[in-house]
Design a binder for this molecule. Structure first.
Ligand code: HEM
Length: 395
């Protein structure tokens, strides 16, 4: 067996096109891998990724890392959100909104989610083909989060444009033109959110932004910047993730006709199917942390301020944990995938994302029994948020 040193380069277009062979190579040959050029550690084993996300000696605050480059003064700074802070601030911020996202609260949205999905499906009914991303996978979660927060429907298209640029900033290194575009889009988004907060202050409504403003005014528990950061995080998370679960999920089923058939015959498998699609095609491929002290992980020594990336998508295919990991099996149970992370930053929106997919996928398959691919799906160019720009289907 070849034992030449490997170097994982996440900017190689071949990695973005199909990262799984690279993940496997790393997991087998160098599971705690250091790329010295980009000064980053990459973890690919399930156990190591879980350890990274649970060990409080790792921080979520990237500004503490050796690789942090601050944006130019006054530019590209969204307010800090729970995603990028540690306790006690993390605990305080997460507690402010966690009630709105519990499985019980989210279940109350089911009729509305069903109505939105049914309306989108109805609009497709007279057509022979469509781009499933723009006509179904994208609008569903976007309408849901916009309604929860209270963002006016008329602004959706503009918002969508900024959000797509902002998330390019999640990839580790950018050329200067993209970096500028990311700063511009972040600034535009923050200005927009400040505008909405101002509107809700003048005219309160029955939505999450109004509730957060009220909480801030009553208890002064969080700053104006943190309020902006929270809205920013929820809007972006609601726009850029579930679309890829639904879009990537449909594609995975179309490419595995035995599993597609099984799903049609046994719609009761929706819950395990959604977990399996999350494992098999994770919308968020990785998440990073910064070491706050010298420590050891998987037999390697990590220095303070070094960046460690846990590749969730690689952990999800670790044969130590998942039998036949490259196989899609919509009945797989148990399924301890890490697509929503682990530990204190475990995805707040997980119950919502799962419910949306559990409603959307069976409805789509029932309504269009002949659903099939009608051309090459068009991947988005980002490594972290893995998804499709277009998914042409015949209906
Ligand atoms: C399939 C869809 C989704 C996936 C795969 C996903 C994935 C993730 C992951 C991996 C994390 C943890 C990041 C880390 O540990 O560094 C996370 C955190 C988070 N997600 Fe999601 N997410 C999804 C949908 C959503 C939705 C719909 C919302 C809300 C509208 C949301 C809100 C959040 C928030 C607020 C956090 C930060 C939690 C914290 O820091 O305590 N997510 N998500």
């Amino acid at each position: 067996m070849a034992t030449a040193p490997i170097e994982f380069n996440p900017f190689d277009p071949a990695v973005v096109a199909d990262p799984y062979p690279y993940y496997r190579l790393m997991r087998e040959r160098d599971p705690v891998h250091r790329n010295a050029t980009i000064r980053t550690w990459f973890l690919t084993r399930h156990a190591d990724v879980c350890e990274l996300l649970r060990d409080e000696r790792f921080s979520s605050d990237g500004t503490q890392g050796e690789r942090y480059v601050p944006p130019p003064p006054g530019r590209g700074r969204p307010g800090r959100s729970m995603l990028v802070v540690d306790p006690p601030d993390h605990t305080r911020l997460r507690n402010l909104v966690s009630k709105a996202f519990t499985p019980r609260m989210v279940e109350r949205l089911r009729p509305r989610i069903e109505a939105i999905a049914a309306d989108l499906v109805d609009r497709l009914a007279d057509e022979s083909g469509a781009d499933l991303i723009s006509r179904f996978a994208y609008p569903l979660p976007v309408i849901v989060i916009a309604e929860m927060l209270g963002v006016p429907a008329r602004d959706r298209a503009q918002f969508q444009e900024w959000s797509a640029v902002v998330v390019r900033g999640l990839d580790p290194v950018l050329d200067s033109e993209t970096q500028e575009a990311v700063f511009d889009a972040r600034d535009a988004l923050v200005a927009y959110i400040r505008g909405i907060i101002g509107e809700r202050r003048r005219e309160p409504a029955d939505d999450l932004i109004t509730a957060m403003i009220a909480a801030r005014e009553e208890g002064d528990l969080f700053s104006e910047g943190e309020l902006v950061g929270m809205c920013n995080l929820l809007l972006i998370a609601g726009h850029e993730t579930t679309v890829n679960l639904i879009g990537g999920g449909v594609l995975a089923l179309l490419r595995n006709p035995d599993q597609l058939d099984r799903m049609r015959r046994e719609p009761a498998l929706a819950a395990t199917a959604v977990e399996e699609l999350l494992r098999y095609a994770p919308p968020v491929q990785w998440t990073g942390r910064v070491a706050t002290e010298e420590l050891e992980l998987g037999g390697r020594r990590i220095a303070p301020r070094q960046t460690v990336v846990g590749i969730l998508a690689a952990a999800n295919r670790d044969p130590e944990v998942f039998g036949d990991p490259d196989r899609l099996d919509i009945g797989r149970d148990p399924n301890p995938h890490v697509s929503f992370g682990r530990g204190i930053h475990f995805c707040l929106g997980a119950p919502l994302a799962k419910l949306e997919a559990q409603v959307a996928l069976p409805m789509l398959l029932e309504r269009f029994p002949d659903l099939r691919l009608a051309g090459e799906p068009d991947p988005r160019p980002t490594w972290n948020l893995r998804g499709l720009a277009h998914l042409p289907v015949a209906l």
